[in-house]
Design a protein around this ligand. Sequence first.
Ligand code: ATP
Length: 363
Amino acid sequence: MAEVILKNIEKRYGDFVAVADFDLTIENGEFLVLVGPSGCGKSTTLRMVAGLDDPTGGEIHIGNKNVTDLEPKDRDIAMVFQSYALYPHKNVYENMAFALRIKKLPKEEIDARVKKAAEMLGISHLLHRQPKELSGGQRQRVALGRAIVRQPAVFLMDEPLSNLDAKLRVVMRAELIKLHRKLASTVIYVTHDQTEAMTMGSRIVVMKDGHIMQIGKPTDIYDSPKSMFVAGFIGSPPMNFLKGTLYRKESAIHFKTEGVDVPLPSHLLQVAESYLNKEVLLGIRPENLYPACENDHEMSCLVEVVEHVGAEYILHAKTTGDTEIVMTMPAKVAAPQIGCSLLLKCEKEKIHLFDPESGHSLT
Ligand code: ATP
């Protein structure tokens, strides 16, 4: 187990900056997830920790040791890739034992480690199979087993579940969470999937264009996104954004746009003062909208699409001002009909305001 410190890491390819100002301490035993859209620099960051790419600036420390200039094999890390990268002509046992044989560990030690990891992963019965005789999920377990037997200080995982089908991904997600609890080791995990980030990470780093946009616990990032980018990226279906202006009505401040008039909650009033009569974006998550009555509503919409996804409906509607709104609704209630009018209110404490130019949250 070890702490990993990334000190102002940077990676440039000529003039192109793939990662910049990456400053982060990953604590001992933490499950840290790097998440962001394709090309944001997640894999590059992970590969620099692994020693597979050299940073063009900054330092990397693993367990009190500056490893910036060390070879991957001297960093006490194990990497699990999306592609599994198993040796096709070695059986499962030999795949798992390989790195230990290179290290010239005693035979008994290798055997004990392989068998213990296989048991932990539920693949003891597969040790004599060839990789081609395994399912995707089993191969993924072997790839994990290969990393576990090495007992590294840090596990580095690059989209390890993305080659699995949707159902198996959910199963393996839970398996990885349990495994991390058992091993209590430091994990740095790369994914573009916000659900994986939310469910697995003890902390999440949201990246965009090579930069850290926000670092925090999943719930903090979900509840208090610092920017429209983070608010829109984390959460599915994503947060709704409405463009409008703030105006004073008696002692309250309201957000207004065509078909929408929302009185702001008290926690936003102070910041709203400085945006009076200016344009802002109101953000509200799909699950924080609820149906309202004719004489007490804040949004007036028309239902366009109703998706029934098991436990809930996802409604796609349009305000009379032509803004798309998505809301979720428990499937216990009757679904509104397509083309019907839908009157809504916002959960007051869940309203966010953003600056339309910078995209920053106003709170
Ligand atoms: P994905 O989710 O698609 O794997 P990512 O967030 O992991 O994306 P990286 O693979 O880290 O992104 O790439 C970050 C940026 O660096 C991308 O714009 C990529 O095109 C660029 N890049 C990566 N490797 C090189 C290279 N060898 N030469 C030039 N540019 C590169």
